[in-house]
Design a protein around this ligand. Structure first.
Ligand SMILES: NC(=O)c1ccc[n+]([C@@H]2O[C@H](COP(=O)([O-])OP(=O)(O)OC[C@H]3O[C@@H](n4cnc5c(N)ncnc54)[C@H](O)[C@@H]3O)[C@@H](O)[C@H]2O)c1
Length: 441
């Protein structure tokens, strides 16, 4: 049976290497559409969870996961033994950077090595991890070709970047268009066909390098625009009397040529902060300096420090001794309504405060039960009126939907709001300091 027929008749077995924020939703989508899916992950706990029917990604509805699991459509393992039994293999492993902010593609290399051990004729490999142009053809392909099998004839290879936006209630795997660039025409066709089984719109492009670069463009676009509003927010604070949030609202009424981005305490997560560095590193090999990327990183990475100075200024204005001040951080995750704390700006602010000698830090996050900052463990505190009244300052780092801002402002003595989360609160505005609002202390 050809791979094409197997895909169309739902007889193809789908493999997913890396069952994290990207991999598990992808596997569940295929399983829910009737495909047998098999995850491979080095994390034993994730594998146990999958095999025991325990969903660990908040965005996946539990009943949807359970239905797939009960039907025997989703299974997982820590070893690569089963590779030869898979027809399509998606690679969804992390692509972090090193301490010096250089790309770390060892996870991709390890996954490709694992696949190569069981690679057989007729398989399709799709890399989804975000990475610099030429990873698919320059890194993954040579590892697979060591088997003696040839791309486009014996096996197929494509890059198809992930666009999942955790916490987004409108767009999920199924209704977010996906780009596909195969090494050969047949590779593109097959990768488009399999993606089209679970995704409404599939966009083929000429080759993997276009697809790799398009993903970086999307994330750099966000990084640069966020940096722009972060810089203007600081300017509004310096000038006084101009509220950047109202400025953005006003500019957004233009029906064309403008798209709103919002200031914040910095950027976090596994994408916007990291991916631009993948391209600036690659560009350096061509004696090319990606100035926009570097400038945006400079502004965005300074934001936690700027927010720290806002908190210090607010406390000083009230005459509170800094080191003794009790600070409550609201939101530990890097964005609203998710549990992902990777590179979270809230935690970065906490780290700066600890380094500067603040002794009484507490946090609350309904999605994150505990965190570790500078080897210090913190447990999420119950958000009560007593707690709010007992602290000197509340710092809103993440604007989770579950937060009752009226209650928070009513009981907190001082609020530093970096998300404009308190915009609808009318009472007690004199004790709120919003990033970029141009309000002087
Ligand atoms: N999280 C997002 O919102 C998002 C969105 C778009 C793109 N991406 C990209 O997708 C990729 C994956 O991101 P993620 O957020 O899902 O990461 P993640 O850390 O949540 O998941 C990756 C998984 O891969 C596993 N893993 C690591 N090495 C492995 C190996 N050799 N074999 C098998 N499993 C291995 C890890 O244990 C982990 O469970 C990254 O390149 C990221 O940039 C992420």
């Amino acid at each position: 049976m050809s791979l094409e027929s197997k895909i169309k008749e739902k007889k193809a077995t789908i493999g997913v290497i890396g069952m994290g924020y990207v991999g598990l939703p992808l596997a569940v989508e295929f399983a829910a559409n009737g495909y047998s899916t098999f995850g491979i992950d080095v994390d034993e706990q994730k594998v146990k969870n999958v095999n025991n029917g325990h969903n660990y990604i908040e965005d996946i509805p539990n009943d949807r996961f359970e239905k797939c699991w009960k039907a025997g459509k989703i299974k997982a393992s820590t070893d690569y033994e089963g590779i030869k039994d898979l027809d399509i293999i998606y690679i969804c492993v992390p692509t972090p950077f090193t301490e010096n902010k250089e790309p770390d593609v060892t996870y991709i290399i390890n996954a490709a090595d694992g696949i190569a051990k069981g690679l057989r004729k007729g398989q399709l490999i799709i890399l989804k991890s975000t990475t610099f142009p030429d990873t698919t053809e320059g890194i993954v392909m040579p590892i697979l070709e060591k088997t003696g099998l040839r791309v486009g004839q014996d096996y197929y290879l494509a890059f198809s970047p992930e666009r999942i936006d955790p916490g987004n209630k409108k767009f999920s795997t199924a209704n977010t268009p996906v780009v596909v660039g195969g090494v050969t025409k047949k590779c593109t066709e097959l990768a488009c066909l399999v993606n089209a089984q679970i995704i409404e719109k599939v966009v083929p492009v000429s080759n993997p390098r276009i697809a790799e670069m398009s993903k970086l463009l999307e994330n750099i676009f966000r990084s640069v625009n966020i940096a722009l509003v972060n810089e203007l927010a600081q300017l509004c604070d310096r000038m006084g009397g101009i509220d950047m949030w109202e400025v953005i609202h006003a500019a957004s009424t233009k029906p064309f040529g403008f798209m709103p981005f919002y200031p914040g305490p910095g950027i976090g997560g596994h994408c916007i902060l990291i991916d631009p560095y993948y391209l600036s590193w690659k560009a350096r090999g061509y004696d090319f300096h990606t100035n926009f990327i570097e400038l945006a990183a400079e502004v965005n990475e300074n934001m936690p420090h700027y927010v720290y100075s806002m908190i210090v200024e607010a406390l000083a204005h009230k005459g509170t001794p800094l080191k003794k001040a009790k600070i409550l951080i609201l939101g530990a995750s890097f964005k609203k309504d998710v549990d992902d704390i990777r590179h979270s700006p809230s935690l970065m602010v906490m780290q700066i405060m600890l380094q500067k000698g603040f002794e009484h830090l507490m946090y609350n996050d309904p999605h994150v039960p505990e965190v570790e900052v500078l080897n210090k463990k913190f447990t999420s505190q119950l958000l009560t009126k007593e707690l709010l009244e007992a602290v000197d300052c509340v710092f809103i780092g993440t604007d989770h939907s579950r937060y009752d801002m009226n209650m928070i402002v009513k009981h907190a003595p001082l609020v530093v709001d970096t998300r404009n989360a308190t915009k609808h609160v009318t009472a007690g505005r004199e004790k709120i300091f919003v990033l970029g609002s141009g309000k002087s202390l």
